[in-house]
Design a protein around this ligand. Structure first.
Ligand code: SAM
Length: 278
């Protein structure tokens, strides 16, 4: 798999059938992200509270493999929303991600459309959504383009519509590891976008975001699974764990994260929500 290109290009290369094994190693640990964010608020109330008649329309930005709606389903969303129909548009530049997300969706979700584009490039005529969310989704959008991406996401909401972005804070494993990786192995790589940059972009787009921060640890006893997780965190599967453990800032970062039962990584994640002004 190519290790060259911008972070966004390497992300796209990994969100493909050839990247399936890495994706599975990643979610051996990252499934916890979705358990935590679904437990963090009453998403059924958000969907019900922004319905029009018996339907809520949702734009799932950077839908990936659909872990967020799948966890909502697993935690009983269909019962919690009663007879509400949730019509969902999937957005992702990866056709692999769109197909994966579609394959896991079940009631109360009904897929209405797919948009195989970057959020920055979503055509202006797509909009009027009751809800738009992006969950652990915008790291690879370059910091120089996150403003345009978020402005497009907010513009796609109807006035009074609900928005949510779940995104790691600078103190989180995802951003600390990506930073250490750049410093050690890829000084020219485009940095990941942080939750602070997301919040600034939301304010610039004219909304008042509310933030709830959640903290939890993820880990796995199997070193090969941890290796796959770490490689996928930075979209680079060319560097074995043994090298990561001995070189530069990545080695220093990993040295502090060994527990009795293998590696443990701390996630600090902002659940950012808003309503588009009417
Ligand atoms: C970690 S996944 C998101 C997880 C997802 N929200 C879920 O519930 O499983 C990240 C996704 O972002 C997509 N992506 C990368 N750059 C993007 C961009 N500029 N706009 C929209 N999506 C992008 C990738 O193709 C990938 O499918």
């Amino acid at each position: 798999m190519p290790q060259q290109g911008t972070t966004e290009e390497r992300s796209l290369a990994h969100w493909a059938e050839e990247g399936r094994a890495g994706m599975e190693a990643f979610y051996a640990l990252a499934t916890e992200d979705y358990r935590q964010m679904v437990a963090a608020r009453d998403w059924a109330a958000d969907l019900r509270g922004h319905a029009r008649d018996t339907t809520t329309t949702v734009l799932d930005v950077a839908c990936g493999s659909g872990k967020f709606p799948a966890e909502l389903q697993r935690r009983g969303l269909a019962t919690a929303v009663g007879d509400l129909r949730v019509e969902i548009d999937l957005l992702d530049p990866s056709s692999f991600s769109l197909a994966e997300a579609r394959s896991v969706l079940a009631a109360p979700f009904a897929v209405r459309a797919e948009h195989e584009v970057r959020i920055q490039d979503l055509p202006a005529e797509v909009g009027d959504f009751d809800v738009a969310w992006a969950t652990h989704a915008l790291y690879a959008v370059p910091p120089t383009e996150i403003g345009a991406g978020i402005a497009r996401m907010v513009a796609a909401q109807r006035p009074g519509g609900f928005g949510a972005i779940v995104h790691a804070a600078p103190a989180s494993h995802y951003l600390r590891f990506a930073d250490a990786y750049r410093g050690t192995f890829a000084p020219d790589a485009v940095p990941f976008t942080s939750s602070e940059q997301v919040r600034e972009a939301l304010v610039a787009a004219g909304v008042e975001p509310a933030v709830a921060t959640i903290r939890y640890d993820v880990g796995h006893p199997d070193r090969r699974v941890v290796e796959g997780f770490l490689q996928r965190c930075v979209f680079d599967d060319s560097i074995p764990l043994e090298r990561m453990e001995t070189e530069g800032a990545v080695g220093e970062y990993l040295a502090g994260r060994q527990g009795d039962d293998g590696y443990r990584f701390t996630q600090v994640v902002d659940v950012i929500t808003w309503e588009r002004p009417t």
